[in-house]
Design a protein around this ligand. Sequence first.
Ligand SMILES: C[S@@+](CC[C@H](N)C(=O)[O-])C[C@H]1O[C@@H](n2cnc3c(N)ncnc32)[C@H](O)[C@@H]1O
Length: 312
Amino acid sequence: MIRSRFSKGPSPEAPNRRGASAAHLWLASALALGIAAWLHAAPARAQDVDAGPYVPTPQYIVDRMLQMAAVSGKDYVIDLGSGDGRIVITAAKRFGARGMGVDISEKLVDLATTNSYKEQVAGRVRFVRQDAFKTDIGAASVLTLYLLPRFVLDLRPKMLVELKPGSRIVSHDYSLGDWDADNAITFDSPEKEVVNGASQTSLFYYVVPARVAGTWRFSLPEGMPQRSAEIQLQQSYQKITGTISGAKARPLAHAALRGERIELALPLGGRNYVASGQVSGERIEGTIEVAGRGKLPFSATRTAPGKAVGWP
Ligand SMILES: C[S@@+](CC[C@H](N)C(=O)[O-])C[C@H]1O[C@@H](n2cnc3c(N)ncnc32)[C@H](O)[C@@H]1O
């Protein structure tokens, strides 16, 4: 029998939408449905993390997950805990994406592979027997999850470190805790009553933020009150705040980050200059609106990294 880590109790972190009791209901229902018998025949390897039983996402919810992430032919979709492969197969068949599914059950990986041939997308998707926690997810532009709450939370640092900024994540039913969703929807799904005791489904959407915490030296264009500035950025997941150094440090009137796009309002000479740019590692490049001159280029270099909430 597979040993389930959630039997050790819920995460110490504040529970997301549904807690451990829902998890137990989920498992109980899966057992009732006879799915556990299937899994019993295909046990995970002892060293693998068992992040939840096999409960397939209904097809119309799969569609909504992929629509929420605006999946297209440019995407590479990874489903962590891919079951019969339906998310990755749908991403390929209906949205033209490529992708990979990983699951700890060999039988489910075989089933997903067979399904990919049946659906004629085997050339664009692959399924691998692997522990999600040991999978390199760096190739994903879209990551999907339908795993028990505490494991979704445990995956956060890995997602922040391995996924490229701008990659999208959709988590079915369980949020990423103190990482606030960029979008969330809840809708009726009566058939879920038997699965987890709730007749609603929630989908949580995230855009992976660039890590920007630290001190940045800005080179500013001609026409601004000063030609350089030092800015400190504080970061908690995608939320940022900042201060500009000077005789007296002043807070930035506005600071926003989406993926690697950053927008900062720099208070200089009695007005706010809005800088919009692209973060690339230790550099930011973009433009600043200067009155009467239009948008002029600026660049910034990080001179010291800072601690960012969420990253290990
Ligand atoms: C709730 S099912 C979701 C299946 C599929 N993603 C879907 O939405 O239809 C969770 C899946 O995760 C798999 N799983 C559990 N722990 C895992 C782990 N550590 N690594 C990879 N897969 C895992 C289970 O075998 C199961 O197939």
